[in-house]
Write a protein that binds this ligand. Sequence first.
Ligand SMILES: [Zn+2]
Length: 318
Amino acid sequence: MAAATAKTYPNAIAGGIDLGGTKIEARLFGAGYQSLEATRFPTPTDTVETFLQALSKAIRWLEETSGRGSRLPIGIGLPGIINPFNGAAMAANIPVTGLDLPAAIARKIGRKIPLINDGQAFALSEAHGGAGLGARSVLGLIMGTGIGAGHVLDGALPYRRNIAGIEAGHLGLPAPLLERHGLPIRPCGCGRKGCFETYLAGPGLRRICQHKLGHALPPEDLGAAVANGDPAATGVLEIWAALAAELLLTLHLTLDPDCIILGGGLSQLPQVTDHLARAFTRVRLGPMALPDLRLAAHGDSSGARGAAILAVQEAAKE
Ligand SMILES: [Zn+2]
């Protein structure tokens, strides 16, 4: 629960909320989107009403802590997709599926709060004072328990029809590549088979370990084995990097960004950018300049930080 606080931050420029399956994080930002203070509320998963109450508490905490009340721009990042025409939401582990979420929030809070997919929030955060420094076209790729991605051009989100990320995790991995590495075609949570996410996210990497090493190592243990020079573990990391390079190639060929910024737990694997850069170079197309591969600068606060940046950009349009 939020601790009662007497201190306020009149210089706060925005608040960001990161909606997750276990917690709702509210974070207040000052100049340059530096984090001033943050709090967390557990995410109720029983009913829409208790969920909206918790979200409302997080928003009130930001308004009160800033001392700016409803004049504080606030944005919400969520791991999901919203159809802007009927508001229908789909989000992992949050009881909003099928709900007109933007309308429900506006009714509950009494003001319009911009929503952003967490992959887009990550990219927006890294494009503003993060690892995207100096780049016009920034692609963010989160590899953690799932795959998320987002794209920012000249500091802003390019128009897209849906409130969604670059849903790259659900692109299909080419079957010949799975065949080359002796991997089975696996079903994905989205209902299809052979999606990148089922191999590249944390659970997917565990399954590659199970398949190649005979036991399902968590990514951090695999990373430790690679760091200790274990050749079998390094072989698994290289298979993972070869599959990930195919996704990087797809993103490069379609969006052609200046840089791809890596976040999420798997970006902490040892020398991950070197492994990926080597695999990427093997599949490149002709003379096209490849994007720089960089590690995220803002880590876990990216969801809230990107949502806050969007809130300021939206407020400037009003
Ligand atoms: Zn899928």
